[in-house]
Ligand binder design. Structure first.
Ligand SMILES: Cc1cc2nc3c(=O)[nH]c(=O)nc-3n(C[C@H](O)[C@H](O)[C@H](O)COP(=O)(O)OP(=O)(O)OC[C@H]3O[C@@H](n4cnc5c(N)ncnc54)[C@H](O)[C@@H]3O)c2cc1C
Length: 592
């Protein structure tokens, strides 16, 4: 049974990041910690009582293709109705279209609750959110009027439609064709792997589709973004005829069974009616607006599954009796949580999840400062930092969450490998998070190419300087917080040294930089989150907040564990970044 970690969420939001201060930005002036806490409590209720009970049943039943459209598993449609009636789709969107603006870290915290309770369910609102953001930023006034109020409320859902059989990571290969037809277009093409591309929740689904206008240049410079409604929308907002949009089949997958992954056919006769978003050939740029929020959200959903896997593992470890731990009597068996190695596994799960959460919320805070802060210089610096952190949140947190879920199975022993306990579902569900919205390799390319290469490490250099300055200024009381800080300082040095080597290779031997891009991304994730956990430990050691002594003590212990058993990997990764490329570069493709 899932329990929302409300104390932990409040600690990160209020005590570590102080997001209440964002209320100084006019766009967020209605926000306060009290508002945040009450939103979280309400969200926790829906997550625990409505979405969580459908997690296992949805996994077993799965979404079903029918000739009339995709049928969702029992209970999902009603859960979605409750979700919409509660106003949850509106959270974090533009008030001009009926939304409620809140700080991004709070949106992420609420997204975490949905993701922990039911990842398959969460994907539909998450993608709608991404589509809403893209239209808020790039849609025409008429498109915003027609589509945004109903998408913002959740009356209609949205999708993100990029992938084609020959165009996965490489979107330059997109072939879907857009034929001009008066002031609109007719689309022809097949797309694969479209999450929630069809379902029985709502009367309409608004597809955000990448296509190529006839005569457009080859490659990414010829891709445009289109709005393609499942049902055409009349100018008064009412529903018209069915568009040429069809779900041809759905995939049978390793996990997230309740989330339909659709093969979509756009246009089979006259072509699907499509409305161009913004200017022709700038589609990928617009899609990136959606992808940035989606990438942050995928990082959040991955550790959300990790949180859930941890909760289940710790519960199992408190009840399963096996073996005699040190200090127990000769014939005395105890629950497995008394074995040091089981506690090591649990602390790895817990600390990695806390680290990922802190990192994701910090990245979200930067995006808020970039969007809403009054001073231009602050906005620019925060945008650079937010952009830098997005591939790290997506790449590192998802890889870490896969390890966390796998450890969850290990804690259960053999019972983890059978489906009855549910631990296996988390491994299956979380597996997709390193793949969609850009694989880990693609995130690492983005990190070292666009985010480090373009400014030659300037944005990261500024972050390293801030981390070092803050760690030096910390004066934690107690040995554990001090050791946690010292380990974080050491981690920052590893990152600095590895970055120097990477930046030098980027200009002289890019293949070498690419050969260690994922280890470098992991190094970034470990060290930046290590800094945030060191700050957390110092704050918790003071215990000045209202969250209770037990919570603060556990926080200090968990951060200390991270510093001692997880963060030291940073030194190994530094060595890999500095010396490991050669073994990859020297291995010819035919010798692998
Ligand atoms: C369940 C599910 C849901 C999805 N939902 C959606 C959706 O809603 N909308 C949508 O448009 N798509 C969706 N996708 C598609 C998803 O985004 C792609 O599968 C993903 O981007 C990877 O593309 P690919 O599968 O073609 O793999 P490939 O691109 O063929 O990659 C295969 C491997 O090669 C590596 N690789 C490829 N190119 C490079 C490179 N340049 N540098 C380094 N390594 C590289 C990759 O990292 C990967 O390990 C979904 C996929 C799944 C499975």
């Amino acid at each position: 049974m899932y329990r929302a970690p409300l104390e932990e969420l409040r600690f990160v939001l209020e005590e570590l990041l102080g997001i209440g201060q964002l209320a100084a930005c006019p766009a967020l002036c209605d926000y306060s910690d009290e508002v945040g806490a009450s939103i979280l409590e309400e969200a926790a209720r829906l997550a625990e009582t409505v979405l969580d009970p459908l997690n296992r049943t949805g996994d077993r039943e799965g979404a079903r293709w029918t000739p009339d459209g995709v049928a969702t598993p029992k209970g999902f449609k009603d859960a979605y109705r409750q979700f919409v009636e509660g106003g949850w789709q509106q959270l974090g969107t533009d008030p001009r279209f009926g939304g409620q603006r809140v700080p991004q870290p709070l949106s992420s915290a609420v997204g975490e609750l949905w993701g922990s309770a039911n990842l398959a369910f969460q994907l539909c609102p998450m993608l709608t959110h991404g589509a809403v953001h893209a239209l808020e930023a790039c849609g025409s006034a008429e498109q915003q009027r027609l589509f945004l109020p109903k998408m913002t409320s959740g009356e209609w859902t949205g999708t993100m439609v990029l992938t084609e059989p020959q165009a996965g990571s490489d979107l330059a290969q997109v072939r879907t064709r857009a034929k001009p037809d008066g002031n609109r277009y007719r689309l022809f093409g097949q797309k694969i792997f479209i999450t929630w591309g069809d379902h029985d929740y709502t009367d309409n689904i608004i597809h955000m589709v990448l296509g190529r206008i006839d005569g457009a240049p080859a490659g990414i410079k010829g891709i445009s973004l289109f709005i393609v409604p499942k049902v055409l929308v009349n100018s008064d907002g009412s529903l018209g005829e069915r568009n040429e949009v069809r779900c041809v089949s759905i995939e049978h997958k390793l996990g997230i069974h309740a989330s339909p992954t659709c093969v979509m056919q756009y246009g089979h006769d006259q072509g699907a009616v499509a409305h161009l978003v913004g200017e022709p050939n700038r589609g990928l740029e617009y899609m990136f607006i959606m992808m940035n929020t989606a990438r942050l959200a995928v990082g959040v959903q991955s550790y959300a599954v990790g949180e859930r896997a941890f909760q289940q593992a710790v519960e199992y470890a408190r009840t399963r009796v096996q073996g005699r731990p040190p200090g127990a009597g000769a014939a005395e068996s105890r629950t497995i949580i008394h074995h040091p190695d089981v506690r090591r596994m649990l602390l790895t799960m817990k600390s990695s999840t806390e680290a990922s959460r802190a990192l994701a919320f910090y990245a979200g805070q930067q995006l808020d400062l970039a969007a809403y802060h009054a001073e231009a210089a602050v906005r620019t610096a925060a945008q650079a930092r937010g952009d830098l952190l997005i591939p790290i949140v997506k790449g590192w947190s998802t890889e870490t969450a896969n390890e966390v879920a796998a450890i969850g199975v290990q804690v259960h022993g053999g019972m983890g490998f059978v489906e009855e306990t549910g631990a296996a579902q988390y491994v299956r569900d979380v597996r997709i998070t390193t793949i969609y919205e850009g694989t880990t390799g693609i995130q690492a390319n983005d990190l070292i190419g666009r985010k480090i290469g373009r400014d030659r490490g300037a944005a990261l250099g500024a972050l390293i300087a801030d981390m070092r300055r803050e760690l030096q200024a910390l004066d934690p009381s107690g040995i554990a917080p001090r050791e946690t800080r010292d380990a974080a300082v050491q981690g920052v040095s590893s990152l600095e040294s590895a970055t120097r080597s990477l930046v030098s290779n980027l200009s002289t031997a890019p293949e070498r930089a690419l050969a260690v891009s994922v280890p470098y991304l992991k190094l970034c994730g470990l060290v930046i989150s290590g800094w945030l956990l060191a700050k957390s430990a110092a704050i918790a050691a003071q215990g000045r907040g209202s969250l209770g002594k037990g919570f603060y003590q556990a926080k200090v212990r968990t951060a200390h564990f991270y510093a001692k058993q997880v963060l030291p990997q940073a030194m190994g990764l530094e060595k890999i970044v500095e010396e490991g490329a050669v073994s990859v570069v020297d291995t010819e493709p035919e010798r692998v």
